[in-house]
Design a protein around this ligand. Structure first.
Ligand SMILES: N[C@@H](CCC(=O)N[C@@H](CS)C(=O)NCC(=O)O)C(=O)O
Length: 210
């Protein structure tokens, strides 16, 4: 299989973290990474639009030449292909709880951080839009406050004792915030503790650039 990615871009990064976690836990996932340089506009080239008509990353190319779009769909597909280590939970309730946290991390942090970065400091060269950035900055505390509350019991990972897809998505969002100079308020001390500890793990060596 081939995974089409670009470093630091948050959606490719959450899938790359997910694969790193799987491999660190012993899963064999033969996936080659292929760079599509979004800073050069390569996602808009006909070659990439043939993979994904929406001109986005990541894309997973299967061995039969078909493509899977959408980072969460790719993560869940890989979870089914290589169930151990479990990154979405072992029981229906565990899976629901992990997915709940993952959705909150994506919709309330990753997407909001992305909009702030693209309205202030866009790596794609989009024009700054201070009003839009202010609008999204106001939204950030909702999900961050919720996740801070979850981590306040001292758990090492977002969903508990083991890494899950929720950690992959949240750390991909935090990396994009660091890259795009969006401050995650250090008053969220449990999020800061989680982020530092998560980034220091050898399991994900080489995935994060910042
Ligand atoms: N919902 C999609 C979002 C994909 C997406 O927006 N990817 C960004 C990178 S993080 C992208 O390809 N951006 C290129 C562009 O906007 O031109 C997913 O989860 O995969």
């Amino acid at each position: 299989m081939k995974l089409y990615v670009f470093p630091v871009a948050p959606n490719p990064t959450r899938v790359r973290l997910f694969i790193a976690e799987k491999r660190a836990g012993g899963a064999e996932l033969p996936i080659e990474e292929v760079m599509v340089n979004v800073r050069e506009g390569e996602q808009n080239a006909p070659e990439h639009r043939a993979r994904n008509p929406f001109a986005r990353l990541p894309v997973l190319e299967l061995d039969d030449g078909r493509y899977l779009l959408e980072s969460l769909v790719i993560m869940e597909y890989l979870e089914e292909l290589a169930p151990e280590p479990r990154l979405v939970g072992a029981t229906p309730l565990e899976r629901a709880r992990v997915r709940q946290l993952e959705r909150i991390a994506e919709q309330g942090v990753l997407q909001v951080v992305s909009r702030i970065v693209h309205a202030t400091n866009s790596p794609l060269g989009l024009a700054p839009n201070p009003e839009l950035a202010a609008h999204y900055r106001e939204q950030l505390p909702g999900a961050l406050g919720y996740l801070e509350g979850q981590l306040a019991d001292g758990r090492p990972f977002v969903a508990g004792e083991r890494p899950t897809s929720a950690d992959c998505t949240l750390q991909a969002a935090f990396q994009f915030a660091r890259f795009g100079k969006v401050e995650i308020d250090p008053a969220y001390e449990h999020l800061a503790r989680w982020s530092d500890a998560y980034r220091a793990r050898s399991e994900i060596d080489g995935v994060l650039l910042t």
